[in-house]
Design a protein around this ligand. Structure first.
Ligand code: ZN
Length: 343
């Protein structure tokens, strides 16, 4: 099991930075961030690091591709970093996670938005040849989620995070399918934990729409718990099934349309119908939140949706899901998408 050692969540939690790293790492830390986040937190983090005896170096990344990973790895070596901080959104955290894995140093996740479960998951998804894929990395040693910062991030990011949470319902169904038909290892505990994370979306749909602090906290905690579920399972199985592969297929067919969690949310509605789950309940919850439930909300056509369903099994042939089992034709995919009203 790969699990974080210390998780701190709360308003103004950034000031707890010294407590996050104390006793877990010493010396020089490299903070990886995007330009906007850096402007927002650099001074405060520098001050907190210096006052607690750390040297903090900074490095900016824009995208999670191999090139940036190599650049950051170069920085780790040139500053002699003993640990790495991923400060920002999903891509930044993913790059930091992978570099930490390659450099054999601890990584600390400091999310500034709650757009997906990468915050604490021990796997990183990087883009290479226009095809996002998961690679094995190390779980963050610590997670520091400052809710007052996360609440100031664009609302769309939090709503996207809810799409990545409902995805756990179909991910777990696909995992059960792989257990029953492919004799794959299935962990009840991690599957239940992932399903509990998804249930937060139904309980807090109204609160998320109104950006109520208690609901924002619930979503952040659920995203962290999802990562923990994957850490317990030893794979991303409880968090990622056919709905994720559908989202990756869309990214290949129509790059850059919609956020990861938004595409997964729509994919969940679609895949839920195939598993005989209550897809309308999922769609209603996402609608209440104000998250997209139709392909056109993301600028995607019916044709692209049907193509993505057809292409999905070839994106990750080794991850058996309902789409691998059914191998839907273009026409069948169109019919399904119409049935669940995503086109
Ligand atoms: Zn995801």
């Amino acid at each position: 099991m790969e699990l974080p050692r210390r998780v701190i969540v709360g308003d103004g939690a950034l000031t707890e930075f010294p407590r996050l790293v104390a006793g877990l790492v010493s010396g020089t830390l490299l903070a990886v961030s995007g330009p906007n986040v850096r402007k927002m937190v650099q001074d405060q983090l520098n001050e907190l690091a210096t006052s607690s005896g750390y040297k903090l170096a900074w490095c900016e990344v824009a995208q999670g591709d191999r090139l940036h990973t190599d650049n950051v790895l170069g920085m780790v070596r040139s500053v002699g970093a003993d640990g790495i901080l991923g400060v920002g959104g999903g891509r930044v955290v993913d790059v930091a996670k992978l570099v930490a894995h390659l450099a054999h140093i601890p990584m600390f996740s400091i999310p500034t938005s709650a757009s997906h479960d990468g915050i604490a998951i021990p796997f990183a998804s990087l883009r290479e040849m226009e095809r996002p894929y998961s690679v094995v990395a190390t779980a963050p040693m610590g997670v520091l989620a400052d809710l007052s910062i996360i609440r100031t991030a664009p609302e769309r990011l939090l709503k996207s995070g809810c799409g990545d949470l409902v995805a756990k319902l179909t991910a777990v169904s696909d995992w059960k399918l792989a257990r029953d038909e492919k004799n794959e290892y299935y962990g009840h505990y991690s599957a239940s934990l992932a399903e509990m994370s998804a249930s937060i979306v139904f309980q807090h749909a109204d609160g998320v729409r109104r950006l109520e602090p208690s609901s924002v906290r619930a979503v952040v905690e659920a995203l962290i718990s999802s990562g923990v579920a994957a850490g317990i399972a030893g794979s991303s199985r409880p968090c990622s099934g056919a709905e994720h592969i559908f989202s990756h297929a869309l990214e290949t067919i129509a790059p850059g349309r919609g956020l990861h969690g938004e595409k997964c949310g729509i994919g969940t509605i679609l895949i839920a119908r195939l598993h005989g789950l209550d897809w309308a309940r999922i769609s209603d919850a996402l609608k209440t939140i104000g998250a997209p439930v139709r392909a056109s909300d993301l600028g995607l056509s019916a044709d692209q949706v049907a193509d993505a369903v057809r292409l999905a099994p070839s994106i990750r042939p080794e991850r058996y899901t309902i789409l691998h089992k059914l191998r839907l034709s273009y026409e069948e995919a169109l019919k399904l998408a119409r049935e669940v009203q995503i086109i």
